[in-house]
Design a binder for this molecule. Structure first.
Ligand code: HEM
Length: 135
């Protein structure tokens, strides 16, 4: 079986039944039709992600090296991503971006508080100076 064929996401999506099941994991295309009955995690989970990007589902389980070897044997080609296709799914990247954004937001908030505090302190200092002049 040749493993250097290119598939578009739409082509992979056509193979989503138990009798004809392709999966995308890390932008590689796997034909899992023969394996679906043997999967220790059950056929249901494979059918759920049939014809789709299963990278996140596969990695979340923390599959063994043996599982990755089986995967190599099912390889049929590479995914050719086109404009508008779903992005590669990896939970770690998304959560990292979110926390960076939060940190940046907090940074600006803190900066504003420091500026306002400095302004108030300066105002109080000036006010006290004028009071001293009067005395
Ligand atoms: C073609 C892709 C896949 C292959 C070759 C594969 C292979 C395996 C193998 C060999 C095991 C036994 C434990 C291990 O060696 O890690 C396993 C367990 C498991 N797999 Fe997969 N798997 C695939 C895709 C998936 C996907 C997409 C899911 C989605 C959630 C999934 C869910 C599970 C679960 C939950 C178990 C644990 C079963 C248990 O311990 O009772 N697998 N898989």
């Amino acid at each position: 079986m040749s493993a250097d064929k290119d598939f578009t996401y739409a082509q992979v999506a056509e193979h989503s039944t138990k009798k004809d099941l392709y999966l995308v994991i890390h932008d590689k295309v796997y034909n899992t039709t023969a394996f679906v009955d043997e999967h220790p995690g059950g056929e249901e989970v494979l059918l759920d992600v049939g014809g789709q990007d299963a990278t996140e589902a596969f990695e979340d389980v923390g599959h063994s090296d043996e599982a990755r070897e089986i995967l190599e044997g099912l390889l049929i080609g590479n995914l050719k991503r086109k404009e508008g296709d779903p992005k590669p799914k990896l939970s770690t990247t998304t959560s990292a971006t979110t926390s960076t954004n939060n940190a940046a937001g907090l940074g600006i908030g803190l900066y504003a508080i420091i500026l306002i505090g400095a302004g108030l302190a300066f105002g109080a200092y000036k006010y006290l100076q004028t009071q001293e002049g009067k005395a």
